[in-house]
Design a protein around this ligand. Sequence first.
Ligand code: FNR
Length: 416
Amino acid sequence: AVVYRDGVLGRRPAVPADFAGLERAARRSSSARAWAYVAGGAGEGRTMRNNRAAFDRWAIVPRMAHGVTERDLTTDVLGTPMPAPVLLAPVGAGALMGKDSDVKIARAAAATGTPYVFSNQGCNPMEECAAAMGGTPRWMQLYWSTDDSVVDSLINRAEAIGAGALVVTLDTTSLGWRPQDLNLGSLPFTQGVGIAQYTSDASFSRLVRERLGETAVGRTDVTLGALRSLLSITRNHPGGFLANLRSPVPRASVQTFLDTYSNPGLGWDHLATLRDRTRLPVVLKGILHPDDARRAFEMGVDGIVVSNHGGRQIDNSVASLDALVRIRDEVGPDPTVLLDSGIRTGADVFTAIALGADAVLLGRPYLYGLAIAGQRGVEEVIANVVAELDLTMALTGASSIAGVTRDFLAPQEPPH
Ligand code: FNR
C-alpha cells in the first residue's frame, strides 16, 4: 500500500507500471542478442502464449463491504520467511544485460526483502551474490551435472552461503529449441556467458585440468541446438567467444562446461540420492504432470515448482497455471507447491495463490526492470507487483495469504 501511495504522490517511476510498457521499454534498452535470449521462448512461442491464456480463463470475483483495512502479505515457505509470496526466479546468462547483473539483482532482492534463487547459470558466483544480500534469504538452483563431484561441490557451496533451499531444475536436461537465438547464432553459454558458478568451482577446475592432461580433445556432447549455434558462431562471427579461444585452457573450460552442466540421463534414481547429499530443503522445479508431483513427494522432497521454464523449453506445452490446478488436486492441500511461468502482475499472483500456489517466482518481469533501470528497476518491478497484490486483496476482501482462496475465482469461458 505504501508503494501505491508513493506512486500516487508523484514520485517519478523508473519503469512503466504496466507489463506491456515494461516490455517495450526493456526491448529498447537491450541489445538484439540479449532480447532474443531473455524474451524469447521455445519454438513458435506457443507455451508462452498458453501461460498467459491460462490466466485469462480465470476471473476474480471480489466480495464487497468486507471491512478489510489491513492485509498481512507475509508468508513462510519451507522455513524461509518472506514479506510477500514472491521470489525471484533463477535466471542464467544475466551478463547479457550488463556487467554484474546477478549482484545488482541480489542488491534489489535485499532492498525489498525478497528471496532470490541464484542460478546455476549465474554470471556472478553465488558467494558474491550472497555477500550482497546481508540476511535476506537466498536459495540455490542446481542443474544435475554429469559429474557427481560437481553436484556435491555446488551443494556444499550452497550450504556454505546459507541457502534456505536447494532447487533442482528438471526441465533443462538439454536446452530447448530457441529459434530467436539460433537465427542470431548466439547461444550465450557457448560464448562463455553464464558459467561463473563453474569457473569458480574447485571440482570443475579439476575436471578442466584432467581434460588438459588428455591427448584427445574429448567428447563434446552438446544438444543439436547448441551444436548449430557453435557452428554458426565460429563460421559467421569470427569475433565470437569460441573462435577466439586460442588458449587451450578457456577452450577446455567451455568444453568441460558443455559436457557437465546438465545431465540428459537424469532419472529419479539420481534425485533419490539428494536426501543423503544435503540437509537443505529440496525443491524440484519444472514439474508439470500430477504423477511426477506425487512421485516427488512420495520420494520425500520438500517442495516443487510447477513451471515450464517460462515457455523456453518445449513449444506448445501445458500452461503452468493449468498444471497447478491438476497437481494441487492430486497432492492435496499440504505439500509445498510453488508456481512460475507467466506471472506478470499482482492480480496474477492473486490468481495463482487462489488456485493453490504457496508462492510464485517472477522471471522476465524483473529482468526487464534490470534492463531499463538496473538495481532500482528490479526493486520497482517487485514493489509494483506486491503493491498490486496488496490492493487486489484489499479490494476483494482477503486479509492474509491463507485467506486468498478459490472462492474468489470463477472460470471464464474463452471467447468464441
Ligand atoms: C530462465 N529460467 C531459468 N531457470 C532455471 O532453473 N535456471 C536458469 O538458469 C534459468 N535461466 C533463465 C534465463 C532466462 C533469461 C529466463 C527468462 C528464464 C527460468 C526461470 O527460472 C523461470 O522458470 C521463468 O523465467 C518463469 O517464467 P516467466 O516469469 O519468465 O514467464
